[in-house]
Design a protein around this ligand. Structure first.
Ligand code: MN
Length: 290
């Protein structure tokens, strides 16, 4: 018998898979990362940090765990990137049909591909909002179209995409980039007007994919490819507040937590970010149903 994972510290009756509104799906996959390895340890590190959070949200005055939050068994054991993508797509589709609000935790960024495909299949016309240091717009990388460096090329095949926080890319990606829908980190720095403009690029239904390397490495060092010049906590959280108020976020993922035994603060920040996003999803639900 395996011990069930639990996200956060609250009474077990709120972690019942039958009644919980939120399903957390860990995908500890690190098959294609190219620099610092270890994103496969991300989901467990995030979940292990989570009981240390306090469960009351000051801004909204809510305790979102009361909506019910449970953790699925981690998806693993894939032999190829294709197998991983298909397996994630099937599992996410199953959870959507059960009426769960699906949140994936990675793993490296390629775990998002199957999830985006599942939501695009279910809802048709969706936008994918990516927060990331990297544009991830290569056609293929290291002989795979399911490499983490190609995630947004795959997303672009099934959705409108908007990219935020970008500060690193290859010239080969320029031909795949729609600069009207890109909010580079250099233009976000010290400027609040970008939030309104970024939201205006999004359709009604939004899938949110957050590569945690969008954060500045001084705040969040534990990622596979840290890049200077990133966003800080309130840049991201204020953007998320507007997003959840103005659009219907249908699903989300947090990827690329690459834990470091010597510094666990990133694990906690990732956990707190996930809880904050869930808080906003339910606190601002009335608004985003319009
Ligand atoms: Mn990235």
């Amino acid at each position: 018998l395996t011990t069930k994972l639990k996200f956060g510290d609250f009474p077990n009756k709120y972690a019942d898979p039958l009644t919980a509104k939120v399903a957390i799906l860990p995908v500890p996959y690190d098959g294609t990362s190219t620099y610092i390895k270890g994103a496969d340890k991300g989901p467990i590190a995030l979940i292990e940090a989570s009981p240390n959070m306090e469960m009351y949200d000051i801004k909204t005055g809510t305790e979102v765990y009361k909506q019910g939050i449970y953790v699925e068994d981690p998806l693993k054991g894939f032999n190829t990137p294709d197998e991983m993508v298909n397996s994630v797509e099937d599992k996410v589709s199953e959870l959507i049909e059960k009426g769960k609000f699906v949140t994936l935790i990675g793993g490296e960024h390629s775990v998002s591909i199957g999830s985006i495909k599942a939501f695009a299949k279910k809802y048709g016309n969706i936008s994918v909002l990516q927060l990331d240091a990297h544009s991830d717009l290569r056609d293929e990388y290291e002989h795979s179209k399911y490499n983490h460096a190609c995630v947004m090329s795959r997303a672009k095949e099934v959705a409108n995409i908007v990219q935020v926080g970008i500060r690193s890319m290859d010239s080969s990606e320029l031909k795949n980039m729609n600069k009207n829908n890109v909010f580079f980190a250099k233009d976000i720095y010290n400027n609040k007007k970008w939030i309104k403009k970024a939201i205006s690029k999004l359709g009604k239904k939004v899938y949110l994919t957050i590569d945690l390397d969008v954060f500045d490495p001084s705040l969040f060092p534990s990622t596979g490819t840290p890049e200077p010049g990133g966003l800080f906590w309130y840049d991201v959280v204020e953007f998320m507040e507007e997003l959840f108020k103005q659009r219907e976020v249908i699903g989300l993922d947090l990827v690329e937590l690459c834990p470091n035994e010597q510094n666990k603060s990133s694990d906690f920040i990732a956990s707190k970010l996930l809880y904050t996003l869930l808080t906003y999803k339910f606190a601002f639900l009335k608004n985003n149903k319009k």
